[in-house]
Design a protein around this ligand. Structure first.
Ligand SMILES: Nc1ncnc2c1ncn2[C@@H]1O[C@H](COP(=O)(O)OP(=O)(O)OP(=O)(O)O)[C@@H](O)[C@H]1O
Ligand code: NI
Length: 403
């Protein structure tokens, strides 16, 4: 019935800094099913955004994906890749890490779209909103007109030097075609922008935050993505607008059947939007499952900590309660082999000095958790002594040259 659209296996992304290697994302596994909304939740610094950037191949120096595969299921793309890159293709699944960069990037804005917390970052201030959405429409149209090839020619004749110079001279007349403009207006209407024809001709700074967020969703939808990655798409907005935008995303998802990977630190948002959720800590997913599995049948003490004492998950209030202690240093040489949460965990035991693998909680492997408590009960007699990790307590901004 359901099929996986993304199969991410053992993905790691590191930043090579002067202090050392930073393991921002680390042995990350995830299978996304077509049409589901999967939430990733975790504290600040847990690697959520770097995961999203890694999937979009947008990690910048000093960062780099250092291992793993990102399988994308798409029969026509697989067909196109099969001849030139047979090793990258397995049935309908293409390992995006095993094909050349230009082929991989041709999927951006066509098969994959991303929306960010901060819509200003995805709009050019000197072009109207309508032009920019129309341009996204054009990218999609070119991609479908010309099969996604290994050597994607992303620039059609409209983007000759001449038309580029024209666009510089006449920045408000950059619509490539009348039909892409019409589609842009239609998309603005879809995301609930009043007077869309008029608003299309306005510049980003003429939009309110909520309206620009909607416009960014319109821009992402212009590419008719298979997979939409939304990184904190509503965090900057007030609660009422947040709810409207999330409902809008839900409606659009139901209409288009797209798959959404939704990144948030807000458990209310997860409860409202997602089918499944992965809880991220120190660059890894430590617990995953359906909302019921993770929220009602919680195993990992970190998930419990995130859930705090608030049993009611309705509403959009930020429910991440502070968990005492600090997020661990992600510097490779400071990480060690233990469970990375052990120093903050109220149930840490002697076994936790050895890193747990991922355990299945239920028979069908739907609910899994990287914690020994999946297999054994907490035994206070085996608790780690208080202050066990005191010497390594300092996080990188405090820790100087003391070990
Ligand atoms: N440019 C960079 N250079 C070095 N380290 C980086 C860089 N960008 C990210 N990191 C590291 O990656 C870790 C994960 O960052 P990321 O932005 O993915 O966290 P996040 O879960 O999205 O947090 P937030 O909720 O605050 O957005 C950070 O803690 C940091 O150590
Ligand atoms: Ni982030």
């Amino acid at each position: 019935m359901s099929e996986t659209i993304l199969e991410i296996d053992d993905l790691s992304t590191q930043f090579f800094t002067s202090e050392g290697k930073v393991n921002a994302v680390h042995g990350f596994d995830l299978e996304l099913e077509r049409g589901e909304v999967f939430g990733i939740v975790g504290e600040s610094g847990s690697g959520k955004s770097v995961t999203a950037l890694s999937l979009m191949d947008l990690v910048e120096s000093p960062g780099r994906i250092t291992s793993g595969s990102v399988g994308y299921r798409n029969p026509s793309f697989a067909e196109n890749m099969r001849t030139s890159y047979p090793d990258a293709v397995d049935g309908d699944l293409v390992d995006l890490r095993a094909i050349p960069e230009d082929a991989r990037r041709s999927l951006r804005g066509t098969a994959f779209s991303m929306i960010f917390q901060d819509p200003e970052s995805s709009f050019n201030p000197s072009l109207t909103v309508g032009e920019q959405i129309a341009e996204a429409v054009e990218v999609q149209q070119r991609a479908t007109a010309m099969p996604r090839s290994g050597r994607a020619k992303t620039r059609g004749p409209e983007y000759s030097l001449g038309s580029y110079l024209m666009s510089m001279a006449l920045p408000s007349k950059r619509y490539v075609t009348e039909s892409s403009r019409a589609r842009a207006i239609e998309l603005l209407e879809t995301v609930g922008i009043p007077d869309p024809a008029q608003r299309a001709d306005e510049y980003p700074h003429e939009y309110s935050g909520g309206m620009l967020q909607r416009a960014m969703i319109a821009q992402a939808l212009a590419s008719e993505p298979d997979v939409l990655i939304a990184d904190e798409p509503t965090t900057a907005l007030d609660v009422t607008i947040q709810a409207q935008i999330l409902d809008l995303l839900n409606e659009l998802q139901a209409e288009t059947g797209m798959t959404i990977l939704l990144i948030t630190h807000n458990l209310g948002v997860v409860a409202r939007m997602c089918d499944r959720v992965g809880v991220m800590y120190a660059g890894e997913i430590v617990e995953r499952g359906t909302l019921e599995d993770v929220f009602d049948d919680t195993v990992h003490p970190y998930t419990k900590g995130l859930l705090g004492s608030v049993p009611d998950l309705e509403g959009t209030a930020d429910r991440l309660q502070a968990i005492s202690g600090n997020v661990p240093s992600l510097l490779d040489h400071e990480m060690g082999d233990r469970c990375y949460f052990a120093d903050r965990c109220p149930k840490a035991m002697d076994t936790c000095l050895e890193k747990p693998r991922s355990f299945d909680v239920d028979a069908d492997g739907r609910h899994s958790v990287t914690c020994y408590l999946a297999e054994e009960n907490y035994d206070p007699d085996r608790a780690l002594e208080e202050g066990r990790f005191a010497s390594e307590g300092a996080v990188s901004d405090v820790g100087g040259d003391s070990q």
